[in-house]
Ligand binder design. Structure first.
Ligand SMILES: NC(=O)C1=CN([C@@H]2O[C@H](COP(=O)(O)OP(=O)(O)OC[C@H]3O[C@@H](n4cnc5c(N)ncnc54)[C@H](OP(=O)(O)O)[C@@H]3O)[C@@H](O)[C@H]2O)C=CC1
Ligand SMILES: O=C(O)C(=O)[C@@H](O)[C@H](O)C(=O)CO
Length: 277
């Protein structure tokens, strides 16, 4: 059984989800059907991944009713102007052949472009019209979140951020938590980078007779963040979700927390500067 996390608007999410970046076409559909059949109930997609159609097809081919799934997509930077944002949300639904998204997120704040408040107003309205159940953001810093609340009166339910042992984002996680925002972790396995070879995590994995990936994903869950691991392989999908039969001690959590680095981002994507369209 996967525990659940309740958002401030009451929507319940599983404590782990499934990333779909780079899962496209027929192979992508097969990977997503496998993930759903294995037990994932939260799917993370984006307009920019060009796989909303594959997500919808996987849902229809899976053994699980739509209502039991939590389906996410994201608004790209080039569609943040209000009217374009509304059309893009409609287009995301048409591509997936869905009546609603459970979660729709602004993908990047793009602070230099400075349209994210307009985009947020579009998400607020689309939620009122029943197109989206819960609205959130990705890669938002406290200054961006404060501005949303100041100018619209509405705080996001979710902030999806880069988070893995080499970039543990303690201050943003604490900030989110203090404002009743649930943190989701993107690239929770560091996109299969050197973190999967880390000696400290390997030692903890040996103690628990678990894999390094399982220790990392369990660390996310115990931090209170929802990890969204992507895998094209059914074996690794199963491995990644089998993390609810053990727990890490306070000391083990602290050992992993200490691995964080100031320059630990996978790529140079600091949301204060980086813009993605
Ligand atoms: N909001 C945002 O700005 C962003 C959101 N995201 C979201 O987060 C999701 C996850 O991030 P992503 O960048 O995909 O990276 P992940 O950290 O999920 O790593 C994925 C990589 O790890 C490999 N892998 C998966 N499981 C295992 C395992 N048990 N052992 C060894 N290797 C493994 C995968 O290979 P294989 O497939 O062969 O198993 C793949 O190469 C994305 O798919 C997307 O949904 C990602 C980036 C930015
Ligand atoms: O995958 C996503 O959601 C992104 O926002 C991308 O920027 C991703 O982080 C990436 O690195 C693409 O090369």
């Amino acid at each position: 059984m996967i525990p659940t996390v309740t958002l401030k608007d009451g929507l319940q999410l599983p404590a782990i989800g499934f990333g779909t970046y780079a899962l496209n076409g027929a192979a992508g559909v097969n990977a997503m059907v496998s993930a759903i059949d294995i037990g994932y109930r939260l799917l993370d997609s984006a307009f920019n991944y060009e796989n909303e159609g594959a997500v919808g097809e996987a849902i229809r081919r899976s053994s699980v009713p739509r209502a039991q799934l939590r389906v996410t997509s994201k608004l790209p930077g080039r569609r943040q102007a209000y009217a374009q944002a509304i059309v893009t949300i409609q287009e995301s639904l048409l591509r997936a052949r869905l009546d609603y998204y459970d979660l729709y997120l602004i993908h990047w704040p793009n602070p230099k472009t400075d349209l994210y408040v307009e985009a947020w107003q579009a998400l607020i309205d689309a939620q009122k019209w029943g197109l989206i159940r819960s609205i959130g953001v990705c890669n938002f810093l406290p200054e961006h979140l404060e501005r949303l609340e100041r100018e619209t009166g509405v705080m996001p339910s979710i902030n999806q951020i880069e988070l893995h042992p080499y970039f543990s984002q303690e201050s943003q996680r604490v900030w989110d938590n203090n404002h009743h925002i649930v943190t989701e972790s993107w690239s929770p396995l560091g996109r299969a980078s050197s973190v999967l070879q880390d000696k400290v995590i390997k030692q903890i994995a040996a103690t628990h007779r678990k894999s390094v990936s399982q220790i990392i994903l369990r660390w996310h869950v115990q931090l209170g963040a929802i990890p969204l691991p992507k895998s094209a392989s059914p074996e690794r999908q199963l491995e990644n979700i089998a993390i609810f039969d053990f727990s890490l001690s306070t000391e083990e959590m602290e050992q992993i927390n200490k691995l964080t680095k100031a320059d630990g981002r996978i790529q140079n994507q600091d949301p204060a500067e980086y813009e993605e369209f």
